[in-house]
Design a protein around this ligand. Structure first.
Ligand code: GLU
Length: 493
């Protein structure tokens, strides 16, 4: 096989949700499987829909996901379009520019070549004329589209105009799609489409084909929404005498409601899931499995990056739409968190603890980390579970103390007895605390659950914490006793 070069070619019109990033994952996995290159190309030709910061978002989130971009916009290119940010990586490469708005000359040159070879023509039809034509076609129940009025006219290059591709209607075409197999068209479903707009910007059809050629892309992986215009693309390659790449059109991603994944259906983007405490390896694993499976008979769900790269193939992409199931992703994140070494877990928690403003002494964090790691599905859950270790006054969810037969006098009894037995302990170890407090519950005729519930709120402030006795041992006798005393003052007489 010739060198495998794939690309992710987003339009910087917003902050892609994970369904959109899946294209990048597939392209990356395919390139890496074959020891090839993964490129990032910015398709910013739709000037009205540009969103400042969208390129930064894409580059940073791909970086977070560990997806190395082999070729892509250089800092100079980013600067040229006013989108350079502090800390932007220097990517670049031999086939630049990788930002389409910096390549207008090249697109114009190709459009001119097509005109001179008779495959394209200038058209100066006004929007009003096109509108009228469209209305007439609708009235005649014809497929709407440009009639080809300017095909035989000589439109001067000095007049405002667009460049249209001359599309032969009576032409059968076949595409051997790497995902969908043989796709055949008896005739071309599109009319003479615009290649170059009157503002000098190319449309997707021209720009993407020129770039895929210039950047020596071997496999074009894109969403199925582009399949209907694939005939135009094949004809363009033919007109230019270029070898087309292998096309792979893959299905959409739906939400669990069966509808196309969108912001409205709760789709999340990479930055949101990062902020929510997901690990990048979860996201890469989970999103890669939307609409792709490693092959017949395998139901493996957990893949390291290397395993994904090794197992990935275009044949494994499903023809049916994939489903994004956020609940399943949360489950998978819990699994990935539990698989981290304790040291790694602590490291990964740090930025989230910082963001939450929770400072926990390192030793105490280390002592409780293995217990916390077992209990969370996201790194953001750690700070609220451990903030009772911070050296600051505790706010207590007092109401949650009084349930399952516990009233104020009972709570006082539990706390008073616990004070006595804990104070008497020579060693404040997990086992000793355990034994002493179970003794208190039995003595008072209470079940362990409600009795320990009182102690949990008294000492940690909340109902969800790491295991109680471990937490007490880590806090130390003095703190535990003084927190119990403080609570006694708070319970209404
Ligand atoms: N800019 C196009 C999009 O965002 C890229 C399609 C392609 O990959 O060719 O949909």
């Amino acid at each position: 096989m010739t060198e495998v070069r794939t690309r992710f070619a987003p339009s910087p019109t917003g902050f892609q949700h994970l369904g959109g990033f899946r294209t990048a994952f597939f392209a990356y996995l395919l390139a890496k499987k074959h020891g090839g290159q993964f490129l990032l190309r910015i398709e910013d030709t739709d000037r009205e829909r540009l969103v400042p910061g969208a390129i930064r978002f894409i580059v940073e989130e791909l970086g977070w996901l560990g997806i190395q971009i082999d070729e892509g916009p250089s800092r100079e290119e980013l600067k040229a379009i006013g989108e350079l940010w502090d800390g932007a990586p220097e990517i670049g490469g031999p086939c630049g520019p990788y930002i389409q708005s910096l390549k207008l000359k090249r697109y114009k040159e190709v459009a001119e070549e097509l005109i001179s070879k008779g495959f394209a023509y200038r058209c100066d039809c006004t929007p009003e004329m096109l509108e009228r034509e469209r209305a007439e076609q609708m009235a005649r129940r014809e497929l709407p589209g440009y009639s080809g009025y300017c095909r035989t006219r000589e439109v001067s290059a000095d007049r405002p105009h667009v460049v249209r591709f001359k599309i032969p209607q009576k032409r059968a075409l076949t595409l051997n799609d790497a995902v969908r197999g043989r796709v055949h068209w008896d005739s071309i479903p599109l009319r003479d489409t615009v290649l170059l707009k009157s503002d000098g910007f190319p449309t997707y059809h021209l720009a993407a084909m020129v770039d895929d050629h210039d950047m020596r892309i071997s496999h074009v992986l894109r969403g199925v929404e582009w399949l209907s215009s694939a005939p135009v693309h094949l004809l363009l390659y033919e007109a230019l005498g270029w070898q087309p790449p292998i096309f792979a059109h893959f299905p959409l991603v739906n939400g669990t409601d069966g509808k196309k994944l969108s912001k409205r259906s709760g789709a999340l983007n990479a930055r949101q899931v990062r902020e929510m405490g997901y690990l990048p390896e979860t996201v890469l694993n989970f999103v890669s499995l939307i609409g792709w499976a490693p092959g017949e008979g395998s139901n493996q769900e957990i893949f390291t990056r290397d395993e994904l790269i090794k197992s990935f193939s275009l044949e494994g992409i499903n023809q049916a739409s994939g489903v994004f199931d956020a609940t399943k992703m949360a489950w998978m994140n819990g699994l990935y968190i539990r698989n981290l070494s304790v040291g790694e877990f602590i490291e990964r928690c740090k930025p989230y603890m910082e963001l939450a403003g929770v400072q926990v002494p390192a030793e105490q964090f280390a002592a409780l980390a293995p217990h916390v790691q077992e209990r969370v599905k996201a790194l953001t859950e750690v700070a609220p579970m451990l903030d009772f270790l911070a050296d600051k006054p505790l706010t207590r969810e007092m109401d949650s103390m009084f349930q399952k037969g516990i009233d104020a006098p009972k709570a006082r009894e539990v706390l008073n007895r616990s004070l006595v037995v804990l104070e008497a302990l020579p060693d404040f170890t997990v086992e000793a605390i355990d034994q002493a407090l179970r003794g208190v519950a039995t003595e008072l005729g209470l079940k362990a659950g409600p009795a320990f519930g009182v102690l949990r709120v008294a000492v940690t402030g909340k109902t969800i914490t790491p295991p109680l006795f471990e937490s007490f041992a880590v806090l130390g006798k003095d703190t535990v006793l003084s927190r119990i005393r403080e609570t006694l003052d708070l319970i209404p007489a």
